[in-house]
Design a protein around this ligand. Structure first.
Ligand code: ADP
Length: 643
């Protein structure tokens, strides 16, 4: 057995293998896309979204620092400052923890360290700011303290100066009253001079008081000055008043009563310059406020830097997430397109396989093979078997061809066998037929001998003529049998029908006579040419006529009517007998091989089957119609040949 490399199984395997391969590739692509997508999603969910949240938290925290820092500067009390500072510290701590968390994500190292450095700078700036804010409260307290002291010093001063002024005023009034009472010239000059001195003293005292009052007022204003410019102009004024106070004090008489006044005035003057200077304190305090404002601004700038770094980080993370989503989407789109093409490819392969290979090649060939099988089954052994190709179907076709050839050979053998069987029967009949001429021959020979003895030569010659005629007749019959026994040629050609019918009847003559059948031959006058072969056609008629004779053996009426009609290119020979007929239920089987109703040894059941195939080989048909106990009619329809 040859090994086929690529049969139906192999091709189907290849086709479905290809589809399976496409499916596997499609699944792998889908899996890859899914993996990529899920990796992308995992990254987005696990890294990008937390990073973005972290970035926004960082921005929010830095915003919190920016908004809280001014409240620290503006804190109204140290307690409030402490509370705000604690809050700021907490925010810084949370922010630092957020910056630490950056390490978990895919952030460039320099960005992380920049954020950390900036946060440290913000923290130090805030700490410095807090220290300054604390100092602001020290200044405020000190201011209060000194203001209080100044108030006390002022009160002391007034307590000192007011009695002196009153005293001076009293003394002047006293001197005036005295001078009005005295008329002495000399003493009046002295008194006037005395009064003038007193008046001057009083003026000096009043001037000092008013200057001190102005000075104290200016110091109070300086202590509450809103800005340095205002403080500066107040300071100038205060310096003037102070020098006036000093001048005034210089003008005071060197009396013991004025010592403590001078003392208390000097205490007030000490609030302008030196340790207790409220003005200096206020200047320092205003400077500090200015520094604080500057620090607040620079802190805001630092926080701004931090914020923009956090924003940059957020931007980076966002763009990474977008890139990730984009690449996942590209991969998904590519995979989707590939899957569409792969599916279309699979469908195309399936269509090609089913339509062209299975439909056209396989099914078409199977259909043609089936047709050939049907035709062979119907007996058409000339059917061409569609061989070709190199697969299981071509094996089947080859097998069918071999089968057809075998059947053809077998049929030929069967024809021959059937013919020989018929010959056997015929030989018996012919032997019987020959008996009669042989007896006549014997009689004629005996007569010839007797006539020779009598020298009756002319009658002997007659006798010999009869002997010759008898032997010729016998030789003809024997020759006929010889011809019939020969294997016929398979060719189909134009033959004359009438001699064939006559020859068949001639061969059956003995049996016709034995049975006592009346043969009625109704043939047209003209030559009857049909398509066929003499030998085989004679065999057909021998079968049909023989069966008719068999059917009429016991029949009351024994008539055989043979009629030939030529119509529309067909020559129909009807053979009608008056025999026992064929039962309706077996009529369809009479042409089947080996179907017989005859006794064993009398019939093989091949006659009609062989006849059927012979007529079919000639392109004609044979059929039967029958009625039980009335008779049977066989019609042999042949193609009319050329005249
Ligand atoms: P066989 O003659 O050997 O039986 P055939 O094929 O010639 O085989 O005939 C088959 C059968 O058909 C016969 O046995 C017979 O029953 C039936 N048959 C054929 N011709 C006639 C007929 N003219 N009248 C009645 N029966 C017939």
């Amino acid at each position: 057995m040859t090994v086929r490399r690529f049969g139906i199984r192999g091709r189907m395997f290849a086709a479905f293998g290809l589809i399976a391969l496409v499916t596997v590739i499609s699944s792998a692509t889908a899996w890859f896309a899914y993996e990529n997508l899920s990796r992308g999603f995992s990254r987005i969910v696990g890294i990008d979204i937390p990073s973005i949240t972290l970035a926004s938290e960082l921005t929010a925290k830095s915003g919190e620092i920016v908004s809280t820092a001014p409240t620290l500067v503006a804190a109204s009390s140290n307690r409030a400052r402490k509370r705000i500072w604690d809050q700021l510290l907490r925010t810084i701590k949370t922010t630092a923890a957020l910056v630490d968390r950056l390490e978990q994500y895919d952030i460039p190292g320099e960005q992380r360290s920049a954020l950390r450095t900036q946060l440290n700078a913000v923290t130090s700036a805030l700490r410095a700011l807090d220290t300054n804010v604390q100092r602001k409260f020290w200044f405020s307290n000190r201011n209060q303290e000194l203001t209080e002291s100044l108030r006390w010093a002022h009160a002391d001063f007034l307590d000192e100066i007011d009695p002196l002024i009153m005293d001076a005023r009293f003394n002047i009034a006293l001197l005036l009253r005295r001078s009005q009472a005295t008329t002495e010239e000399t003493s009046s000059v002295a008194r006037v001079s005395n009064i003038e001195t007193r008046l001057t003293q009083q003026e000096v005292l009043l001037q000092i008081k008013s200057d001190v009052n102005l000075l104290v007022g200016l110091i109070f204003r300086a202590a509450n000055a809103d800005d340095k410019q205002q403080l500066k102009s107040i300071t100038l004024f205060a310096a003037d008043s102070a020098s006036q106070v000093t001048d005034g004090l210089g003008k005071l008489a060197k009396r013991t009563g004025n010592v403590s006044l001078r003392q208390s005035a000097k205490i007030i003057l000490s609030f302008i310059d030196g340790q207790n200077s409220l003005i200096n304190l206020r200047r320092d305090s205003l400077n500090l406020l200015q520094i604080n404002r500057g620090m607040l601004e620079s802190t805001a700038l630092l926080v701004g830097d931090f914020q923009s770094s956090a924003a940059r980080f957020a931007e980076l993370v966002k763009s990474q997430a977008i890139d990730q989503a984009k690449s996942a989407s590209i991969v998904t789109t590519r995979a989707k397109n590939f899957l569409i093409w792969a599916t279309l490819g699979s469908i195309a392969i399936a269509i090609v396989v089913v339509w062209f290979y299975v439909g056209r090649s396989l099914a078409g060939r199977v259909r043609r093979l089936n047709l050939a099988m049907g035709q062979i089954a119907e007996g058409d052994l000339t059917t061409r078997v569609p061989v070709g190709g190199d697969d299981e179907i071509s094996d089947m076709a080859s097998a069918l061809e071999v089968f057809r050839n075998r059947i053809s050979d077998t049929q030929k053998e069967l024809v021959q066998a059937g013919k020989l069987a018929a010959l056997g029967q015929l030989v018996a009949g012919v032997a019987h037929d020959l008996n009669q001429p042989l007896a006549a021959l014997k009689f004629q020979t005996h007569n010839a001998k007797v006539l020779l003895k009598k020298d009756n030569v002319s009658e002997v010659a007659d006798n010999l003529d009869q002997i010759s005629a008898l032997s010729t007749k016998m030789a003809k019959k024997i020759n006929h049998l010889k011809t019939l026994a020969r294997k016929p040629s398979q060719s189909v050609h134009d033959v004359e029908l009438k001699p064939i019918i006559a020859s068949a009847l001639d061969l059956l003559e003995g049996r016709i006579n034995d049975v006592g059948v009346e043969v009625k031959l109704n043939l047209p006058k003209e030559k009857l040419i049909v398509r066929g072969g003499e030998n085989r056609l004679e065999q057909v008629f021998l079968n049909v006529f023989g069966n008719a004779l068999d059917a009429m053996v016991t029949a009351p009426v024994k008539k055989l009517k043979i009629e030939v009609k030529n119509l529309n290119g067909k020559t129909t020979t009807t053979v009608q007998d008056s025999g026992e007929g064929i039962a309706e239920e077996i009529l369809p089987q009479v042409f089947d091989p080996f179907f017989t109703t005859k006794e064993v040894g009398e019939g093989l059941g091949l006659g009609l089957s062989i006849s059927y195939n012979i007529v079919k080989d000639f392109g004609g048909t044979i059929n039967a119609a029958s009625k039980t106990n009335v008779g049977t009619t066989f019609s042999v329809i042949l193609k009319t040949g050329q005249k």
